[in-house]
Design a protein around this ligand. Structure first.
Ligand SMILES: Nc1ncnc2c1ncn2[C@@H]1O[C@H](COP(=O)(O)OP(=O)(O)O)[C@@H](O)[C@H]1O
Ligand SMILES: [Mg+2]
Length: 268
């Protein structure tokens, strides 16, 4: 469903600040694959997502989504097929608009109703209410309230709902629970799991939590210095412990993992 071949991305080429963020990354994601991604700081994880999402184009290589070459497709065009969540709960929603208005915008953006005169119908509004109630956060009774009043966890849950109001082909989650307190992060992760599994979505999730990386999804990638140094699934992954994963990382990267947040998550 997603196929990337030999993706290279260099920032500030030819200057003292030159940085190869992606160094020939190839990756094939199958329908229904839920891939967790973990890696050192600056490994190129977010850059990988930015290339898939179209925030910028790779310098080399190509990206196919369901056999369509999207390598140079403008970001707003591919946004319909690619749902994204970021670490910052403020990023996905407009704080001064109500929950209902945020949902309406998200819906009009991806639904077939594309004209500037498009309005959401009462039936759409009822659908929003139903979908909100599935979050179990009581948000269905707060549809007229500005999103700015919600907690970080509620905003991330709402952003997840907005990204999947019309199902995208693939969901990209960039440490989307890292800014939340542990209990809220757990809730949003459970909701993520439910949404992805029930809809058989393809999903890539960057996390700094080694437990989540192993517990969620069916496949784990580890990145270092712009490369995928480990790609495990099936039996190899099934019995793996956090320590085992760290060992595999060292073997693959030729050095120990140097991300304090990840190492800290070992004991969380
Ligand atoms: N827009 C940018 N301009 C310049 N350098 C960047 C930019 N985005 C990322 N980088 C650099 O590319 C490398 C990879 O960054 P990133 O993909 O954000 O890492 P990760 O998400 O794995 O921590 C880092 O060295 C980072 O400083
Ligand atoms: Mg990042």
């Amino acid at each position: 469903m997603l196929k990337m071949t030999n993706i290279r991305k260099v920032f500030n080429e030819g200057t003292v600040n030159e940085k190869t963020a992606l160094d020939g990354v190839s990756l094939t994601v199958k329908d229904g694959d839920f891939v967790t991604i973990i890696g050192s700081n600056g490994a190129g994880k977010s850059t990988l997502f930015n290339c898939i999402g179209g925030s910028f184009y790779p310098d080399e290589g190509s990206i196919f989504l369901d056999n369509q070459n999207i390598t140079y497709m403008p970001e707003h065009k591919r946004a319909v097929e690619i749902g994204r969540l970021f670490q910052d709960p403020m990023k996905g929603t407009a704080p001064h608009m109500t929950i209902e208005e945020n949902l309406a915008l998200a819906y009009l953006r991806v639904s077939k109703k594309k004209s500037v005169f498009s309005r959401v119908s009462n039936a759409d509004r009822e659908m929003f209410r139903e979908r909100l109630s599935l979050l179990n956060m009581g948000l269905e009774d707060r549809m007229k309230q500005p999103v700015g009043l919600l907690s970080g966890g509620q905003r991330q849950a709402l952003t997840l709902l907005m990204a999947t109001l019309v199902m995208p082909k693939i969901l990209l989650l960039d440490e989307h629970t890292a800014a939340l307190d542990p209990a809220t992060a757990e809730k949003v992760l459970a909701l993520t799991k439910k949404t992805v599994e029930e809809n058989h979505l393809a999903c890539l999730m960057i996390t700094h939590n080694m437990h989540s990386a192993l517990e969620m999804g069916n496949r784990t990638l580890m990145m270092d210095s712009g490369k995928i140094v480990l790609d495990i699934s099936g039996e190899e992954r099934a019995g793996l412990t956090v320590d085992g994963l760290l060992e595999k990382f060292s073997a693959g990267a030729g050095k120990a993992l140097d991300n304090d947040r990840i190492l800290f998550s070992k004991v969380e």
